[in-house]
Ligand binder design. Structure first.
Ligand code: ZN
Length: 314
């Protein structure tokens, strides 16, 4: 079993951590700018880490939200706003993920680019609870995420025209790894017995994961964590779990785990014993410097955790 970092990652803690990360190297200002180097800000790790791999030494990529930070409710600090103004470009997901930041990008003098809003809209899933709204968690569809990252790399090429070939080469190498990830994920999830292929998590971040990997998904909370789960959400989840004899449910690193605990207790009271399957990375990735601190690593962690908990014999 994986160790659990249970949900007490309140926003303020996350913001302090994010602020501390700012001082982690010598990129805190623009004074040490070297030729050919641009300052890039990414809101979430799923954007920042792949771009730092692709850009290498060509860009300083700073990720705003660290481990455990929830992008749905993240608000910009004064130092964030300075960062936005100084950045050559800001990449964010968009589709209403960073709901509190969009106005800030518009109101300060910044060059912000929503990579999630560049993908084929025909491939976007709808928010099941709010008609007309798109589900923003597109990084869980590896193909869609490749499209989104591709558009970011095109922007980088415009900022670094002398290095366009190098960026293109690095991107292709990274996309080869994404193709391997895609195969690994679908193959691994397919090994779960079909009747146990149901993924219950704290909030509805895994719809694209479900589509890509052919697994039914259920979030106790809706697409955004901005509003809390109600009693009826919890009860209907319990009913489904008991009815379908779901063996395990999962907590998420950026979402309070209380609703998941309530579901486990409720299922047990209804006579169905259910396991905590482990912690998944949904809207935030793991610690920098660990496997789970990379996009590919956190995706594989999720796949392995889900596979192991849902195939375990009772
Ligand atoms: Zn989310």
């Amino acid at each position: 079993m994986k160790k659990h970092v249970l949900g007490f990652t309140f926003l303020s803690v996350g913001m302090v951590l994010a602020a501390c990360n700012d001082g982690g190297d010598d990129t805190g200002g623009t004074t040490d700018e070297t030729e050919g180097t641009i300052d890039v800000v990414a809101t979430i790790g799923q954007i920042g880490e792949p771009l730092s791999v692709i850009a290498g030494d060509l860009a300083n990529v700073e990720t705003l939200m660290g481990p455990g930070v929830d992008p749905h409710v993240y608000e910009a600090s004064q130092s964030d706003i300075r960062l936005f103004q100084e950045a050559d470009i800001i990449f964010y997901n968009g589709l209403h993920l960073e709901a509190q930041l969009t106005d800030v990008f518009n109101s300060v003098d910044s060059n912000a680019y929503a990579i999630g809003e560049t993908v084929d809209t025909g491939n976007l899933l709808e928010d099941e609870e709010e008609a007309g709204m798109d589900d923003p968690h597109i990084w869980f569809d590896v193909v869609l995420w490749e499209q989104a990252l591709d558009s970011a790399v095109e922007e980088l090429k415009e900022l670094l025209p002398d290095h366009a070939d190098e960026l293109e080469e690095n991107k292709q190498a990274y996309f080869d790894e994404l193709a391997d990830l895609h195969t690994y994920a679908t193959d691994t999830i397919a090994q779960i017995p079909e009747e146990q292929r149901i993924l219950v998590t704290a909030h509805d971040a895994f719809q694209y994961f479900g589509e890509m990997n052919d697994i039914e998904v259920m979030g106790i909370q809706g697409l955004s964590t901005e509003s809390e789960a109600g009693i009826s959400d919890i009860q209907s989840t319990i009913d489904t779990i008991v009815e379908k004899e779901v063996p395990a449910v999962f907590v998420e690193s950026s979402v309070n785990d209380s609703t998941v605990q309530a579901v486990i207790e409720g299922a047990e009271q209804a006579g169905h014993s259910i396991e905590l399957g482990g912690e998944l990375f949904s809207d935030a990735m793991g610690e920098e410097g660990t496997e789970e601190g990379t996009y590919i690593g956190m995706y594989r962690h999720n796949v392995d955790t889900i596979h192991s908990a849902l195939t375990a014999s009772e």
